[in-house]
Design a protein around this ligand. Structure first.
Ligand code: IMP
Ligand code: MG
Length: 186
């Protein structure tokens, strides 16, 4: 059986060439635990609907739900911003809608990264029309250098410099999502 020690040991050598680490899996795990604890505190006595934005946030959301000690429901919102490049177009296409209503619910939008802010701004507008009781944003990463539309991020994992990053769910043209760490694409 693989031990924890083995996987920690592998982490040292598992960085992919051309993708040097920015945030290791240990650093991410610790921060996700803290974010889950903060959410648990803030929503005490309530239940929560997490709306994970696909595809990028699927790994973050999977770890985050397990760090939240409250009754939670998880919904997925499939989104694609057009293009294969490293610049966000800001044009958001919904590829999969929620399966259930969120009216009257406390909703937390879970996003991998807020870059220009256009995606989250667009989705907040969309979800508000569904009349949730409350609607807040939880993002693992934020690149303030490129922000065009200010969006409130109640729970933020890390502020990063203006690099294109991949791993832990984040992709470049669908590749690298499975890296256990977040690295800079050189
Ligand atoms: P925004 O609309 O510019 O805030 O872009 C948000 C979306 O662009 C994110 O949900 C990601 O899918 C993608 N994105 C922005 N920056 C990066 C990055 O550095 N790596 C991978 N995807 C990114
Ligand atoms: Mg995304």
């Amino acid at each position: 059986m693989a031990s924890r020690e083995t996987s920690v040991g592998n982490e040292q050598t598992a960085f992919v060439e051309g993708v040097p680490p920015l945030l290791t899996s240990e650093v991410i795990a610790e921060r996700v635990r803290e974010m889950g604890a903060a959410i648990t505190r803030d929503y005490e006595g309530r239940s929560l609907v997490l709306v994970a934005i696909l595809k990028g946030s699927f790994i973050f959301a999977a770890d985050l739900v397990r760090a939240i000690a409250l009754p939670v429901r998880i919904e997925f919102l499939g989104v694609r911003s057009y293009g294969q490049g490293t610049a966000s177009s800001g044009v958001v296409q919904i590829t999969q809608d929620l399966n259930n209503p969120i009216e009257g619910e406390d909703v937390l939008l879970v996003e991998d990264i807020v870059d220009t802010g256009l995606t989250v701004a667009h989705l907040l507008e969309l979800l508000r029309t569904r009349l949730p009781r409350s609607l807040k944003v939880c993002a693992l990463l934020h690149k303030p250098a490129r922000l065009c539309t200010p969006v409130p991020i109640e729970y933020l994992g890390f502020i990063i410099d203006d690099h294109f990053v991949v791993g832990y769910g984040l992709d470049r043209a669908e590749a690298y999502r499975n890296l256990p760490y977040i690295g800079i694409l050189e």
